[in-house]
Design a protein around this ligand. Sequence first.
Ligand code: HEM
Ligand code: HEM
Length: 194
Amino acid sequence: EQLYLQGEMSRGVLACVTCHGDGGNSIIPVNPSLAHQPYEYLVKQLHDFRAKDEKSLPSRRGPEGANSLMTAIAAGMTEEDMKNVAFYLSQQPVNWDQAANATKEDTMERGQKIWRGGLPERGVPACAACHSPDGAGMPGQYPRLAGQHPGYIVEQLKLFRSSDRANSAEMHDIADRMSDADIAAVSDFAAGLR
Ligand code: HEM
Ligand code: HEM
């Protein structure tokens, strides 16, 4: 909790709360909400952001292979820091009063179809199978998408598709078979799940 609130300046770790909000409930649309994400998922992401050395690229980057904002922060964290902050966040409740929501009435039906049934003609499985029907995620490495900022979900699907976020082969294959319109529709729908 202390690291979350104050960071660790001597190692270049900025205070998480500035960007990810109270208890991981981010109110800034480009910054993901982290509250109540599965512990293992959070630890894995922090590892995947970290630049190991100049030759081995980190497996989670921003657009066009640029460093993510998180690359330098994760690089300054110790194994203990990652576990502690991930545990703290996994125990925080989602603040549903300020969580993101769906806003696009016209693509709702399409989004729901993809969420529940995937796109069988293109080999896209149902998102609900891994992220759970209510979008809450599953213990282990399956993140919550319910209440997540829709713009962030869109961005991550595009990063999986381009392999700039190269830390999940299954999500790459899924995103690779979706059009921009599919991505926009399912992201908005997922954000609105409760
Ligand atoms: C993403 C943790 C500080 C901005 C993430 C993710 C985690 C995380 C686990 C991945 C979320 C997911 O996959 O759903 C932390 C921790 C911090 C911290 C533990 C403090 C030690 C910050 C700060 C900023 C920031 C200070 C803003 C300057 C972001 C952004 C993303 C992100 C923009 C999305 C990254 C991308 O798409 O490449 N953070 N964060 N974080 N964080 Fe942080
Ligand atoms: C991660 C969306 C289907 C397994 C993610 C993330 C998004 C997403 C946006 C990143 C979340 C974040 O950064 O916080 C979707 C959508 C799906 C879908 C819209 C349906 C079209 C699936 C399926 C599986 C799956 C069917 C299992 C076979 C995973 C896993 C991760 C993940 C394991 C974590 C990857 C990592 O370690 O970085 N998904 N997903 N997803 N998804 Fe999916």
